[in-house]
Design a protein around this ligand. Sequence first.
Ligand code: C2E
Ligand code: CA
Ligand code: CA
Ligand code: CA
Length: 278
Amino acid sequence: AKARGRNGYQFYAASMSGEGLERLRLEALLRRAIEKNEIYLHYQPQVDIATRQLIGVEALVRWHNPELGQVAPVRFIPVAEDTGFISQLGQWVLAEACRQMICWDTAGLRVPKMAVNLSVRQFERGSIAPMVASVLQEAGLEAQRLQLEVTESVIMNTGDALGYVNDLRAVGVGLAIDDFGTGYSSLAYLSQLPVQTLKIDRSFIQDISTDANDEAIAVAIIQLGKSLNLSVVAEGVENEEQAAFLLRHGCRHAQGYLYSRPVAPDDLLAQWGQGHDE
Ligand code: C2E
Ligand code: CA
Ligand code: CA
Ligand code: CA
């Protein structure tokens, strides 16, 4: 209900004290978060299901603020997107992830591939290929070891998406479609995209052994990947039953709590570095 006349503003101000104010506060704190060193990355292994070998990691951004405590990405990424801060944040994440690969190399752990998430908003101000190329060069990381994850919404909601994605491909980085199956990409369009990987969304993996529909969708995505010659990574694999199902249906790669939660760089090194227990 809308308040009338003179009370209108007060009413609005009162409603702002809830979610709106919370958001403003997040926004203000987030703006300073990078310079205050409150932002950092955790890395989640991607593995070969059959051999349990490390095939790559996904960088996942973390924010710890002294006032707010730990803030989940699902809370602050949308704020960063709405305010445009995502461009700065996204570039920081990319640079940090690339630097980390070289650190692990130096420490004797060769992680084959680093996957980094991109937001649809990072595509709004034109091609980000030059930025990606310069970040790679600065870090000294070969482009082939970087994979950028984009969702179907990036591809469907960006004017010149195909052009931008081709630009990135020309830099030499790999491309993955994240949360595959939850968006609206047309299959015809998919065959034109220069992507190498499909990531099956966690929602389909979750109930794989109890929900016949989810099972059918997961199998269809695996088949699609095969037909288009793409590698398929299952997200959110939490138990052996799901892993066995995936392997049986020809999906070789997975990521999920069964293998590891997202971890700090040193923990990844301890877990997968030289002399780790197989
Ligand atoms: P996402 O890209 O789909 O990342 C996977 C999310 O699933 C991560 O949540 C990860 O911790 C979680 N996950 C992994 N394995 C399992 C599992 O076995 N079970 C369950 N229940 N969850 C699992 P997180 O780190 O909270 O990130 C949430 C989302 O925030 C990401 O979803 C991504 O969309 C976004 N995000 C995270 N980091 C970045 C970033 O650097 N840039 C951008 N643009 N978005 C990011
Ligand atoms: Ca992702
Ligand atoms: Ca995902
Ligand atoms: Ca997701």
